[in-house]
Ligand binder design. Structure first.
Ligand SMILES: *Cc1c(COP(=O)(O)O)cnc(C)c1O
Length: 424
């Protein structure tokens, strides 16, 4: 028995499903989880001494790779000064300024500890600001495990085949309308039928695999929000600081009323945020009366890791994140074609998904129609060859600044063999 198997057996007695977050269990690809001992740059090492090129990278936060020296140094120095005070610090002002400088829709920022907490809080603010309760979200979009947002939520639910979760109050689920991504008619119809506090979208959805917005779709959402009095809320937990310095909103030129951030913003330490105009954010306590608080919010370790990571992300970084994703995408397309495996590779700066199917994937329905068995076989074959990707068809690979050309080549060589195995 391997050490990973031993730990998994023990973990099954102590943690539900043996893990602290569902997709890690690797059930969707029909194998047991891999217990990790450490990471370095783009490489991951397991407790049995195997190493992997890591395209999962903690599901997005590690845009600079594992244990980047600048991040480690910043966190170590912060820890030595004290891990938390529950009183304001200089670093919180610095990170808020760094965010406001980068993200067009962010004038004022509230730090929290997870993307889930950020979406929950942004929704409360949107409801308070509009005096409305209903929410409009998109099928396949994940906004954390917030009660009212678990319907058709992609990500881990899609991976496990769970349409929604037991334990969610009927009233919470009923206050959310779900429409198809890239479906203008459905949005227009929904907006004509009810009043929404928020139209909530991942501008570059990455939790049903990567499904980019159709030309003009984000601007259309902006118009629909404006004409109906709803707030436009972009969940940039994945796209923020990744697809461009100022996220998808900067890249697409569409500014939301509120922005939800996470992952990269904490550089691998728990941190998230929501942000918007001064007018809206000043409604949050103690400036206003929309209550939201957090014992560890803006804590020194998270702000240090986040700031150190943001400082690594200047213009040249995005050229590199684009180049790595594109090299990977074109190599994967060629390797699949050579093996005769039909795939659609979606890719943008710092994000990529290999969909196992022939058609273009423009919606959650298209993503769900993919051959998840073929994806699972591909994943298992890559793991055996030392390449670790997110073990689900409904997630994205995370090209990073730590991936070298050699990592890409090694991955493509392994992928060639893995596609051949899938074709058999
Ligand atoms: C990961 C994610 C979340 C949830 O963040 P957590 O920190 O896991 O709670 C929310 N929205 C999107 C788009 C995400 O990818």
């Amino acid at each position: 028995m391997t050490r990973s198997q031993e730990l998994y057996e023990q973990a099954l007695e102590l943690l539900p499903g043996g893990v602290n977050s569902p997709v890690r269990a690797m059930k969707a690809i029909g194998r047991d989880p891999i217990f990790v001992s450490r990471g370095e740059g783009a490489e991951l090492f397991d407790v049995d001494g195997n190493s992997y090129v890591d395209w999962m990278l903690s599901w997005g936060p590690l845009i600079a790779g594992h244990a980047h020296p600048a991040v480690v140094e910043a966190v170590t120095a912060a820890a030595a000064r004290g891990t938390g005070f529950g009183a304001p610090t200089e670093a919180e002002v610095e990170i808020a300024a760094a965010i406001a400088d980068r993200v067009p829709g962010a004038e004022m920022v509230r730090m929290v500890n997870s993307g889930t907490e950020a979406s929950m809080s942004a929704i409360r603010l949107a409801r308070a600001a509009t005096g409305r309760e209903r929410l409009l979200k998109f099928a396949g979009a994940y906004h954390g495990h917030v009660d009212g947002l678990l319907a058709d939520a992609g990500s881990g639910l899609a991976t496990a085949g769970i349409p929604a979760s037991p334990g969610v109050p009927v009233a919470q689920a009923a206050a959310t309308t779900v429409v198809g991504w890239n479906d203008r008619e459905a949005v227009e119809r929904a907006v004509n039928e009810a009043e929404y506090a928020a139209i909530l979208a991942e501008p570059y959805p990455a939790n049903m695999g990567l499904v980019l917005p159709a030309e003009g779709f984000l601007a259309f959402l902006r118009e629909q929000a404006d004409r109906s009095g709803a707030l436009l809320v972009f969940d940039e937990v994945i796209s923020g600081f990744r697809v461009a310095r100022g996220g998808a909103q900067e890249r697409e030129g569409v500014t939301p009323d509120l922005t939800i951030m996470g992952k990269v913003i904490g550089g691998g330490v728990p941190a998230a945020a929501y942000a918007g105009s001064k007018e809206l954010m000043n409604m949050v306590a103690p400036a206003g009366d929309v209550y939201q608080a957090g014992t560890l919010s803006g804590n020194p370790l998270a702000t240090a890791a986040g700031l150190a990571t943001l400082r690594l992300l200047e213009a040249a970084a995005y050229d590199r994140l684009t180049a790595v994703a594109e090299a990977l995408a074109s190599g994967l397309r060629d390797a699949a074609a050579q093996a005769g495996v039909p795939v659609e590779v979606a890719c943008t700066t710092g994000l990529l998904t290999v969909f196992f199917g022939d058609g273009p994937v423009t919606s959650y329905a298209d993503a769900k129609a993919c051959n998840t068995d073929a994806h699972a076989a591909f994943c298992r074959a890559l793991l055996e060859r030392g390449v670790y990707l997110p073990p689900s068809q409904f997630e994205t690979w995370f090209p990073s600044l730590a991936h070298s050309d050699a990592h890409v080549e090694l991955t493509l060589a392994a992928a060639g063999e893995a596609f051949a195995e899938v074709a058999r």
